[in-house]
Design a protein around this ligand. Structure first.
Ligand code: NI
Ligand code: MN
Length: 221
């Protein structure tokens, strides 16, 4: 059984038996995250870019979990300098792991680190394809991603201001054609306040279900 847990903002974990993969581990300072970084154990941490609400507690969790950080080369070098085990990938790259594979996707956003580039990930996790878009604007090549991979769950930012907002995220859904959608990167702070229910209504008019997750909640994939 595969489960996904939402920790608020863009922080999620995927779990299959005792294999746990974490996306963008923003615990410390995250006003909506009910968990503490010190309580989290995982095997892998995927980091989309270097902004503090995404890189977050990567180094601390990687150290106390002996987890492997999977990320772009520039962030891999950064965590490597802090003695974290890391796997360096970059946009367009695909690599196999014991859980499945990771494809690094482009994201139109700041890297948060000199010389870097923001990324997203399509993760094949024990047979399910999860597209974690990261922080990004809407871009037309999402249609290509939808053609290259059969996406089971698309995790899309809807907060606006720093990333695409709900209207653009609906367009993203049309291009990606996923089996289901989970919104992220909203309601963390007043600046990115959104109604996930309004987004859900628009996406479900396309006959694609939307799972609105509360921080701390888990669902079976
Ligand atoms: Ni960012
Ligand atoms: Mn962000």
């Amino acid at each position: 059984m595969n489960t996904i847990t939402f920790y608020g903002h863009s922080c999620f974990s995927l779990t299959h038996n005792n294999i746990i993969l974490l996306f963008d581990p923003y615990f410390t300072g995250n006003p909506v995250n009910p968990a503490k970084a010190s309580e989290i154990r995982c095997n892998y941490i995927l980091v989309s870019h270097g902004h503090s609400d995404h890189l977050g507690d990567t180094i601390a969790i990687a150290k106390h979990s002996s987890a492997t950080v999977i990320t772009t080369s520039e962030i891999a070098a950064l965590v490597g300098q802090q003695d974290c085990v890391n796997i360096s990938m970059h946009l367009g790259g695909k690599r196999s792991f014991d859980f499945g594979y990771v494809r690094v996707t482009p994201a139109f956003h700041g890297a948060g680190i000199p010389g870097g580039h923001a990324a997203g990930f399509i993760v094949n996790f024990f047979g399910k394809n999860i597209y974690f878009a990261g922080d990004t604007a809407l871009f037309g090549d999402m249609a290509l991603l939808g053609r290259l991979e059969k996406i089971d769950y698309a995790l899309l930012p809807i907060g606006d201001n720093y990333t695409m907002g709900p209207e653009d995220a609906v367009e993203a859904v049309k291009m990606l054609n996923p089996a289901a959608v989970i919104p992220m990167h909203y309601n963390t702070w007043p600046l990115i306040a959104q109604s996930p229910e309004a987004f859900k209504k628009k996406v479900e008019a396309l006959h694609i279900p939307v799972h609105i997750m509360n921080p701390g909640q888990s669902i079976t994939l």
